[in-house]
Design a protein around this ligand. Structure first.
Ligand SMILES: CC(C)(COP(=O)(O)OP(=O)(O)OC[C@H]1O[C@@H](n2cnc3c(N)ncnc32)[C@H](O)[C@@H]1OP(=O)(O)O)[C@@H](O)C(=O)NCCC(=O)NCCS
Length: 184
């Protein structure tokens, strides 16, 4: 697959990680960014393992299958990434994630579009019937994205996390391939 690999939507695009992105990841490795108060804020913050994963993948020849892609806004700015992983290496437990550390780009529809492009790509390229993600009740934007893309709430662990001294629910959302309809 060439470096030119890109999946384009009207306002966002997904492309392969480049070596020059590592500097951006280092910039994002900052606990003060707003994004990290929203993405699993109860867990220990550190992007080093993620940065090393990117570097290893580049060093090994940037091969398929893509487990992560970078998100670009329509002005070409690299704003974040999408990722896929499997619980217990089981393809039936496919989970996705999205992070846009550049919060100046929030609320413009980039998150919903980037995740939709990623889901479309994964359903087209992987023999899977379901995609899920986990979030928490305080992450309203992520819950809304899930609802917008047709995910259903499949599980709610009430008071399953505490953020800024307040209890919140942990939420699992899931989407079956037969219910998927690319919305953009
Ligand atoms: C979650 C995230 C990807 C959303 O990206 P985004 O580009 O702002 O999302 P969108 O612009 O597509 O907005 C999605 C919906 O959430 C709403 N929304 C956005 N920010 C919001 C906020 N702070 N409060 C309430 N609603 C919000 C939007 O209005 C939109 O709803 P609508 O379609 O009904 O208008 C981004 O905020 C982010 O990276 N957060 C930090 C990392 C994170 O939490 N990742 C998810 C972990 S589970």
């Amino acid at each position: 697959m060439s470096d030119a690999f890109i999946i384009k939507g009207p306002n966002a695009a997904l492309r392969k990680t480049k070596r020059s992105d590592i500097a951006q990841y280092r910039k994002w490795n900052n606990p003060k960014l707003k994004a990290w108060s929203m993405d699993a804020p109860w867990s220990e913050y550190d992007l080093i393992a993620l940065i090393n994963w990117r570097k290893k993948w580049l060093d090994e020849g940037a091969k398929l299958p893509y487990k992560f892609l970078e998100i670009e806004a329509s002005d070409g700015q690299h704003v974040g990434w999408v990722v896929v992983y499997h619980d217990y290496a089981d393809p039936h437990m496919t989970e996705v994630g999205i992070d846009i550390p550049e919060d100046a780009y929030w609320g413009q529809g980039i998150g919903a579009e980037a995740l939709a492009l990623w889901i479309q790509y994964l359903f087209e390229t992987m023999p899977i019937q379901r995609i899920g993600f986990s979030t928490w009740s305080g992450n309203i934007a992520m819950v809304k994205i899930g609802q917008k893309l047709g995910f259903l709430e499949e599980g709610r662990i009430r008071r399953g996390c505490m953020v800024q001294n307040q209890y919140h629910d942990r939420i699992n959302m899931g989407l079956l391939k037969e219910d998927w309809c690319f919305p953009f």
